[in-house]
Design a protein around this ligand. Structure first.
Ligand code: DGL
Length: 281
């Protein structure tokens, strides 16, 4: 069983891409809705909440957990992998945690995972990348550091969009979402004389309002598809680690939350356009 975790509904954008692409595995989603949003919390809290959530997914039978959350990946990913996982595996071996920022940066810089040094400092005429994310992800500096490792001449223009996650979690009307997105896009564009070549929606909630970003951004700015980038990277990971996943319940897809199961299911359906039933974990 493979687990996908997010603070709330956002990780469903990643989860949907993975469950469709890899039906041969069994899947479990966990949204920590009771504690969302994570994006404006102190880093230490995000690490503690992420560790608790991943531990729940391990207890529920997941061997691999994907942090379907940029905020959790940015502040907790490395720490969990290097400091906490070895302790978990010392008692019950075989657990893994993967983040979603490296696959996203690999896609936007068109640099495969195994290339860790700049090969082409400037690729495909990309001068400027716009990053929209939570305050915690923006403050972490992880995106620009990872991009600079691969393409040091690319400029990253970043903007925290703190209103978006609470609006999405509340199931706000489309007009209100469109207005909030427009304000953020205009604020970022005001900082640059020319349109960015790429825009990264660096919060997994934002693909739920991708249509509003598309409408507000200049037509020449390409929107990076983070769920697709993560699915592509995972396909490559499965090839390198054939021992991961599988199990006897291929195709099983389950949804869990720490929040109100009825309300969480209602909002999920609004965005995914298909009935989703959450249980308690
Ligand atoms: N969806 C999460 C992300 O990708 C964060 C949302 C939140 O603020 O909790 O960053």
């Amino acid at each position: 069983m493979i687990g996908v975790f997010d603070s709330g509904h956002g990780g469903l954008t990643i989860f949907r891409a993975l469950t469709v692409r890899f039906p041969q595995h069994s899947w479990m989603y966990y949204g920590d809705h009771a504690n969302a949003p994570y994006g404006s919390r102190p880093g230490g809290e995000v690490v503690a909440l992420t560790q608790t959530a991943v531990a729940k997914l391990f207890m529920a039978g997941c061997k691999l957990v994907i942090l379907g959350c940029n905020t959790a990946t940015a502040v907790a990913g490395k720490q969990l992998q290097t400091a906490w996982l070895p302790q978990v595996n010392a008692q019950r071996p075989g657990h893994r945690v993967l983040g979603i920022i490296a696959p996203t940066v690999e896609a936007v810089t068109q640099t495969p995972w195994h290339v860790k040094e700049p090969v082409f400092p400037q690729k495909y005429n990309t001068d400027t990348v716009a990053l929209f994310a939570t305050q915690v992800t923006v403050n972490s500096g992880v995106y620009e550091a990872e991009i600079a490792k691969r393409c040091p001449q690319v400029q990253v223009l970043k903007l925290a969009c703190p209103k978006l996650v609470p609006l999405i979690e509340a199931g706000a009307p489309q007009a209100e979402l469109a207005h909030a997105v427009q304000e953020y896009v205009q604020a970022l564009l005001a900082t640059t004389p020319k349109a960015p070549e790429w825009a990264i929606l660096g919060c997994t909630h934002y693909p739920l309002v991708a249509h509003h970003f598309r409408a507000a951004l200049p037509p020449s700015t390409r929107l990076l598809d983070q769920p697709l980038a993560v699915a592509n990277a995972l396909e490559d990971y499965f090839t390198r680690h054939p021992e991961v996943g599988g199990g006897s319940h291929a195709g099983l897809v389950q949804y869990f939350t720490s929040g109100d199961t009825v309300e969480v299911s209602r909002v999920a359906e609004l965005f995914l356009d298909t009935p989703v039933r959450f249980g308690r974990l």
